[in-house]
Design a binder for this molecule. Sequence first.
Ligand SMILES: NC(=O)c1ccc[n+]([C@@H]2O[C@H](COP(=O)([O-])OP(=O)(O)OC[C@H]3O[C@@H](n4cnc5c(N)ncnc54)[C@H](OP(=O)(O)O)[C@@H]3O)[C@@H](O)[C@H]2O)c1
Length: 295
Amino acid sequence: MKQKIIGTGLSGLVGSRLVELLGDKYEFIDFSLDTNVNVLDKENLAAAFAKNSDAVAVLHMAAFTDTNGAWEQRGDKSGICYQLNVEGTRNILELAKQYNQYFIYISTDFVFDGTKTTPYTETDTPDPIEWYGETKYLGEKVVTDSGYNAAIVRITYPYRANFANKPDIIHKVLAKLQNGEVVKMFSDQICTYTFIDDIAYGLDKFFENKYTGIYHLVGSSSRSPYEMSKLVAKTFGYDENLVQPSSLEEFVKSQPEGSRPWQKCLITSNQKTKDLGINMKTLEEGLIEIKNQTK
Ligand SMILES: NC(=O)c1ccc[n+]([C@@H]2O[C@H](COP(=O)([O-])OP(=O)(O)OC[C@H]3O[C@@H](n4cnc5c(N)ncnc54)[C@H](OP(=O)(O)O)[C@@H]3O)[C@@H](O)[C@H]2O)c1
């Protein structure tokens, strides 16, 4: 019999691929608004947990992920961003504890301020600079402060072959290239892009081994958005000259006072997950894989 895993956010960009790839191995119970489970409604959530008390694990991915929208709510604890990312995490963790279920909280590299020019590791202290990152970090603190044996798994810039509902960064670039449009991307920012299939297979190892602590389940190379876009053009056979550099620093200077701050350098180390035997693709490898899957 398949082990039962409760998941929030399973209809999202990352979660829906997890279900596609691991659905034969695990029975995923989807807690989402579509299945009439709201992580902000304690009574409703408790009833859903009671019905699934035999689940062995809880994967908490539901989040308010619109970073610009989050900035509009900064400081507002009654806003949906804080409520979902912090209070939603508290609600679901309390129930996972009650039923003694292994808990994984999916987090982000946006917990860091992006000023470190060497790779961020799991021992670096977060210092978020915008509201989405801050609320995700507060969600992490709910987990660590609870003392529960849980995993906090940070992922970064996830991309996959197909997902019509919400284009990832690679597909935003691809859409412009397909239309013959110029793609202007920052050359003075660095990000770590992660192939979602690797996240799914990595999380499978977490379900199997019930690792606890903080982990970076992220891609094996970091690139500027400009370099990433050049690589996308090259891999998919589009005109590389359409990709042109722009500057984050200049962009930030041009913004009105009070605009959201941006992380400049988010090189994220995956050495700790590599040591568990989890292999994460480089951007080059991931792009070839999504090209093959798209054929
Ligand atoms: N995407 C990124 O660039 C990125 C980067 C780093 C980390 N992450 C983290 O990865 C996780 C997954 O991100 P994603 O991009 O896949 O998310 P997403 O596509 O934005 O999906 C959000 C999910 O949250 C669910 N949700 C929203 N409000 C809810 C509520 N009140 N109760 C229950 N479920 C609710 C949605 O369900 P409905 O469909 O029912 O609304 C949806 O499944 C998040 O924790 C995010 O912080 C994402």
